[in-house]
Design a binder for this molecule. Structure first.
Ligand code: ZN
Length: 290
């Protein structure tokens, strides 16, 4: 799933490629990708893109024009991606079972496709006058890379949390933009157990976690910076130290990276670095290591 660093890299890429260009057509291909109907998609046709922003994991393509400022908000969900097309393939995209979810054609003949792999279709596009009209945007917590997101603010957010730290970091209404992969990376960098209750962290642990959070996200953004949209996925994977690396040695201490699997995701951690050497129960993992 694209998280804050990848969405930020896409934003930078689109800012360079889209601003000042005119949208010719927006064609939803997959059923239900478009979540709004007023204003209609036709309102952005023949209109110039004026800015590309980001709210958590949402991309915000802002357009000017006679209807006033409009925002095309894109959430790529778990398996969505953006493919820049220069030129766009000729002919209208056919509806079908392929991964194409929505195509945006620019007046110059180039454009981009939103694609979504797999059978669970969660990619969402909203066309609104104000981004706050989208519930997923309205409920977002602060951006962890914002200038004013300091250690005191982070500590105050965690102090009000009832759940475990892994879930707190992923909670978009608490902090915007962090998902399953980067929460694993941040907790590993801080040496914190994913199962520790958020409000039981000591002030020192919270300070260490804050530094790990900012450093991990900043480094990931820097690694992705300047990469074309097509290379971001591979870059994300190669930059991860524990997430998706079950069975590999921890790059810090050499212990074997373990996982705990749930019905729809799994978390990854290093026992020596994070849980005092304790291996957390995981039925799937114990089968693998037999
Ligand atoms: Zn380790």
């Amino acid at each position: 799933m694209p998280e804050l660093p990848e969405v930020e890299a896409l934003r930078v890429f689109l800012d360079a490629h889209l601003v000042g260009k005119e949208i010719a057509r927006v064609l939803p291909v997959a059923i239900s990708v478009l979540k709004t109907y007023d204003p209609p998609l036709g309102a952005v046709e023949g209109v110039e893109v004026t800015a590309v922003g980001r709210h958590g994991k949402f991309l915000d393509l802002t357009t000017g024009g006679p209807a006033g400022e409009l925002h095309l908000l894109v959430h790529l969900a778990r398996a969505g991606w953006l493919r820049w097309q220069d030129p766009l393939p000729p002919g209208p995209p056919g509806p079908g079972k392929g991964p194409l979810a929505l195509r945006t054609a620019l007046t110059g003949g180039d454009g981009f496709d939103l694609t979504e792999a797999g059978t669970t279709k969660r990619l969402a596009v909203h066309l609104v006058r104000d981004p706050q009209e989208v519930p997923g945007v309205a409920r977002l917590g602060p951006d962890p890379l914002a200038e004013d997101f300091g250690p005191e603010r982070f500590a105050a957010l965690l102090a009000g949390e009832r759940g475990r730290i892994k879930g707190a970091l992923r909670d978009q209404s608490l902090i915007a933009g962090i998902g399953n992969a980067y929460s694993d990376e941040i907790l590993h960098a801080a040496g914190t157990s994913p199962f520790k209750p958020a409000r039981n962290l000591t002030p020192e642990e919270t300070a260490t976690l804050y530094t790990a959070l900012r450093t991990t996200l900043r480094e990931a953004v820097e690694r992705s910076h300047g990469l074309a949209a097509g290379r971001l996925k591979a870059e994300k994977k190669s930059g991860l130290r524990v997430h998706g690396r079950t069975g590999e040695p921890c790059p810090v201490c050499g212990d074997t990276i373990r996982e705990v699997s749930f019905s729809d995701s799994s978390l990854h951690y290093c026992p020596t670095c994070q849980t005092g050497g304790k291996v957390l129960a995981d039925r799937r993992m114990s089968r693998l290591l037999k």
